[in-house]
Every structure is written in C-alpha cells, then in structure tokens.
Ligand binder design. Structure first.
Ligand code: KG4
Ligand code: ZN
Length: 350
C-alpha cells in the first residue's frame, strides 16, 4: 500500500458517483487506505442492457450517505477527524456527479471541512500507486475504461500529456458492444472475457484497426461491425463453441491493439514503466499480453488491484490526498461546488 511521504498527515474522505458505482473511502497520507465501501448498480441496470442515467442518480442518492457512515465507522473515525472531503467532479453523468458533489458539500458544510473536486480519470490513472508502493514517476499510462481509451505520458503528478486516444469507441465499449452482439449481459467486458475462456482466439480472423497507423490512436468501431457480420453469418441458433470462439477472437483483437500501441508509446517516449488503469485493465488476456511484451523489452508494468480497476472510492480519496500533499490543489472553503460532466484530462490544472 503506498502512502504519501514527507508531509503533515492528512486524512481525506472520498466520494465517487460518476456512473454506476457508489464508492466511498477514507485515505490517510501517513497510514494509507483506512476503509472503503462500494455499491455496484450493475444488477439494477442489467435489465436495460446499459446504464440508465436517471436510475443511476436516484440510486446514488439512496446509497451514498449510508456508505459514508459505514466507511467512517470501519476507519474508526468521525467526520471531525477528516481533513478534506473529496468528490468526483467529472467527467461522468451529470445527475450522478451532482449527487456526490452535493452530498460532499453538505457534509463539508455540516462539519466545517474544506471540499475538493477530483478528476475521475486522474483517480484511475493514479490507482496503481495504491497497491504498488515503489512505483515512481515518470511512466506511460494506458487508460482503458468504458468511456475512454488513452495513452498518456505522465512526467509527474498532474503532468499528463496525451499521446493517443480512440477516434471512435472506447476499448470497454468494444468489449460491451461485442458482448451484446453475442447475446451476453451487461456489463459485457467481464462476460465476454468469461465466454472467451472456452474459445479459440484464432478461429475467426478479425481486423486490428489502426494497428499500423503509425500513431498512438485507436479505433474500435470497425471491429464491432466485423463481430456483427460474423454473428449474422452464424444464424439464429449459433453453437456454443462458435460463440465462445468469436468472443475469444474479439478479445484477442482488442487486446492485441492495446498491447501493441502501449509498447509503441514506451518506445516513443523512452519510458521504462507502463501503468494500466480503468475497467478493461482487469482483463486477463490484456494483462498476459502486456506482461509478456513488457518483459521482452525490459520494461515494468503495474496494474491496480483487480477491485480498483473499475470505479471505486479509494482512487478518488487517494488522488485528492496526493494533490493536496504535493501542494497541487486548493480545497474550497465556501461550500460551493461544481461538476464537469465533460472534462479532458489535459485541461486539468497542474
Ligand atoms: O473504469 P470503468 O469501471 O468505468 C468507466 O469509467 O468507464 O470501466 C468499465 C468498463 C466496461 O466497459 C466493462 O465492460 C469493462 O470496463 N471491463 C472489462 C473487464 N472488467 C470491466 N473489460 C474486459 N475485461 C474485463 N475483465
Ligand atoms: Zn471509471
């Protein structure tokens, strides 16, 4: 567990409500993560085949405060022992973000504490530091979530240079859409990965879009179309083995491109450490390819713990704590709050 060194101890309560997970954590700069709690809305949205924003907001309203109480109790502290209250300011669903921001501001006002908004993607990108104590800047980050696919050159805390990103679908979307075409449930990524375990990745030849584009951008929309064509060709009652083979081939194609571009980013920047973050970072096939490719070039690769790949509270409390300890953030004391549903990482103030 990493802790923030060389600064007066600081204790942060973090709230994450940007999409379909309610996450709460208490992170202490001297002692690390003290407690965290998570409620996933996956089962609620599964009937609809995707996240329903209005339902997400309503559920966050019901869940967040009880999770805050439980987390504080587990951490053995009260609100008065917290130094700063942090919340996910964006990007994300506006209504869902407002719930976390509004509650954080109310708690801050009630307890007379300062308030800090956190960039969701910065939370993801720093999350491997939570479990890799000796990880140091600089590194290249591969950020692969449901909404984003990016390669970043991370020179230091708060210094994020975009090297490449998807021009259409995100890697997580490619997993989710392929899964849907194969008749799997939501969220599709883990379901597709499970089905792929019994499939032959070479049974179908699927495209690797932009593999040789010469830049560090990605494209996954064409892959989805290729999967659709194969699904149609299978007819109404495809054999289980054919579905598993197609799932394995889709996963193989997505992870091939991610691994190849991540290696190209290491080569382009001269960095020797790769950090992987975001929901797709939980994918075993991706991890195996990155492990092998990094070992071959003598590079180090770091992942968040599996439970911290997808959205969670610790990454928000931790990112806030790092910024505050480094003097890179000034919390608000006026109890006002705002959200930024659309917010590029490179617009983040250093
Ligand atoms: O980071 P995240 O929880 O939420 C966003 O900020 O988007 O990522 C969610 C995405 C979904 O597309 C989900 O299908 C994908 O991560 N995902 C996976 C796996 N676990 C989650 N994709 C592939 N393999 C997995 N094991
Ligand atoms: Zn996320």
């Amino acid at each position: 567990m990493s802790t923030v060194r060389n600064s007066a101890p600081l204790r942060v309560l973090g709230l994450e409500t940007s999409c379909d997970e309610t996450g709460v954590a208490v992170y202490d700069s001297a002692r690390g993560l003290l407690a965290d709690a998570l409620h996933s809305q996956v089962a609620m949205h599964a009937d609809y085949g995707g996240v329903v924003p209005e339902l997400a907001s309503r559920d966050h309203i019901a869940r967040t405060l009880p999770l805050v109480q439980r987390t504080l109790q587990q951490a053995g502290c009260a609100l008065r022992d917290i130094d700063v209250i942090a919340y996910t300011q964006g990007p994300g669903l506006a209504g869902a973000l407002l719930v976390g921001a509004g509650l954080a501001a109310a708690l801050a006002m009630g307890a007379g504490k300062p308030l800090l908004g956190v960039h969701h993607l910065e939370g993801h990108l720093l999350s491997p530091l939570l479990s890799e104590p000796d990880l140091r800047f600089p590194f290249v980050a591969l950020l692969v979530s449901g909404g984003h696919t990016m390669l970043l050159d991370v020179a230091a805390l708060g210094s994020y240079r975009l090297l490449g990103e998807t021009v259409d679908d995100a890697a997580g979307e490619a997993f989710d859409k392929s899964a849907k075409l194969l008749g799997l449930g939501y969220p599709g990524g883990p379901e597709l990965a499970r089905l792929a375990e019994s499939g032959d990745p070479h049974a179908f030849a699927l495209p690797r879009p932009m593999l040789h584009s010469g830049d560090l951008d990605f494209s996954f929309a064409g892959l989805k179309t290729a999967v659709l064509t194969r699904v149609r060709a299978m007819g109404d009652a495809p054999p289980d083995q054919a579905r598993a083979d197609l799932a394995a081939a889709a996963q193989h194609a997505i992870t091939d491109v991610l691994a190849a571009k991540a290696m190209a980013a290491l080569a382009a920047t001269g960095r020797s450490t790769l950090v992987v973050a975001g929901g797709v970072g939980a994918n075993r096939s991706l991890r195996a390819k990155l492990d092998a490719a990094c070992a071959a070039r003598g590079a180090r690769v770091c992942y968040p713990a599996l439970s911290w790949c997808t959205d969670n509270g610790p990454m928000i409390a931790h990112a806030a704590c790092l910024r505050l300890c480094a003097g890179l953030a000034t919390p608000r004391r006026d109890y006002g709050f705002d959200i930024r549903p659309r917010w590029d990482l490179d617009e983040l103030d250093r």
